[in-house]
Design a protein around this ligand. Structure first.
Ligand code: FEO
Length: 162
């Protein structure tokens, strides 16, 4: 059985994952509007992954007989100054998610809630991957700078993500 504090903190994490999905959807639409369909595809796949993260926590709460309470998801921004600015924002966002997961792990440890700690292990590993893939794209976009050719190559590369 989960504590009330753990239940509400996990519900907050669901909201954060849903907001993550929402912001990547907004980034996908920003790229669509700028004719960068490969970038849009990458963000769209990411939005889907974030939804699956929210569902993973919902499923866990359900299994534990705890109540899932959905709360309002804030509106994401609509525009970014450049593809690089969008990916820098994505990386910054992932760092916030990582910090939030770490706080959850700390709480699970404090409460000796081993089941939740084990469940969160998946998210700890996932965050390493999420930060690393966003960072890799940020680094590449910094190399490309204003090269239209580089951007075209990146667009077709990011279009391959499934
Ligand atoms: Fe589910 Fe990208 O954090």
């Amino acid at each position: 059985m989960l504590s009330e504090k753990m239940t509400s903190t996990l519900n907050k994490q669901i909201n954060m994952e849903l907001y993550s999905s929402y912001i990547y959807m907004a980034m996908s639409e920003y790229f669509q509007a700028n004719n960068l369909k490969g970038f849009a595809n990458w963000m769209n796949v990411q939005a889907g992954e974030e939804l699956s993260h929210a569902n993973k926590i919902r499923h866990y709460l359900n299994e534990q007989g705890a109540r899932v309470v959905l709360s309002e998801v804030g509106a994401p921004p609509k525009e970014w100054d450049s593809p690089l600015a969008a990916f820098e924002a994505a990386l910054g966002h992932e760092k916030k998610v990582t910090a939030s997961i770490k706080e959850l792990v700390t709480l699970a440890k404090e409460e000796k809630d081993y089941a939740t700690e084990i469940m969160l292990g998946w998210f700890v590993s996932e965050q390493v991957e999420e930060e690393s893939s966003a960072d890799e794209i940020v680094q590449k976009l910094r190399m490309i700078k204003d090269s239209a050719h580089g951007l075209f190559m990146m667009d077709s590369f990011l279009g391959q993500r499934k």
